[in-house]
Design a protein around this ligand. Structure first.
Ligand code: F6R
Length: 247
């Protein structure tokens, strides 16, 4: 289903509330909430609201285990452009999550160690019973995570090559496209699909044409987000601008 909100703030607050509702429900049963998290501009408002709820409503993240979708490769966690830095700045430094429960693909590995790391990442998720909720943004290539055009629907966590458009879109963060890593480690489409609930968020007119393709276009590896049409557990959460080209 597609839900269109009047603006990004309202949409972000709704998504944040769904996350804290899940955390509280799990906590009542003495269980962990297993969350799949995204970086980028899109979820920033959600994370802000989660921080606010944590502080003002005293909701704890002690029973949260998180898995981030992706990380650039190579990338040092201490680099300001790393997704580790992003997650700390926007969320983890402001809530009471146990950092031992946080998982982000490791951008420092020797290349030959990556396949084993990726299998282990999948295994950890599976052993915990799978992701309860996966949060997604969408790139202008139609990528989810860093699953660029050509990604297989059953793909797992792996090392990928970033699309040129994705690197151009990231160039501001890196002070030029030439500084953007050419590769990343990302959860696969198959990994994302196994989540019990998936929320793909998109804001802004810049995303309107890719959202139209993702929601209404033919299902194809040319636009990996179209695979989400095959899932019963997906909700597209949009603002009016991102929804503006939908029929
Ligand atoms: C980030 C990720 C990417 C972004 C997408 C949109 O972890 O996996 O798929 O969600 O590139 O990025 P923004 O939100 O910056 O437009």
């Amino acid at each position: 289903p597609v839900t269109v909100y009047q603006n990004t703030d309202i949409a972000s607050r709704k998504v944040a509330r769904r996350i804290t509702d899940l955390i509280q429900k799990k906590s009542k049963n003495g269980e962990y909430a297993i969350l799949g998290l995204a970086t980028g501009v899109t979820p920033i408002g959600v994370y802000k609201e989660l921080v606010r709820i944590h502080k003002e409503e005293n909701i704890s993240f002690k029973n949260v285990i998180s898995f981030n979708l992706d990380e650039y490769y190579p990338m040092k966690p201490t680099s300001p452009q790393s997704y580790v830095s992003f997650m700390k700045e926007n969320l983890f430094d402001h809530i009471d999550i146990d950092m031992a429960n946080v998982h982000i693909p490791d951008g420092t590995l020797d290349i030959e160690k990556i396949p084993a790391f990726c299998l282990e990442y999948e295994k950890k998720i599976t052993e915990l019973g799978g992701l309860d909720l996966q949060i997604l943004g969408i790139g202008r290539t139609g990528h989810i995570g860093f699953n660029e055009p050509g990604s297989a629907p059953n793909s797992g966590t792996r090392l990928v090559t970033l699309d040129d458009l994705t690197r151009r879109d990231a160039s501001r963060d890196f002070g030029g496209k030439e500084n953007v890593p050419t590769k990343a480690i990302t959860m696969g489409i198959g990994t994302i699909f196994k989540a019990r609930e998936i929320i793909l968020m998109a804001w802004n007119r810049k995303k309107a044409s890719i959202i139209k393709k993702a929601v209404e276009g033919e299902i194809s590896s040319d636009v990996p987000a179209t695979y989400l049409q095959l899932s019963e557990n997906v909700e597209f959460v949009l603002d009016q601008d991102a929804a503006s080209e939908l029929t």
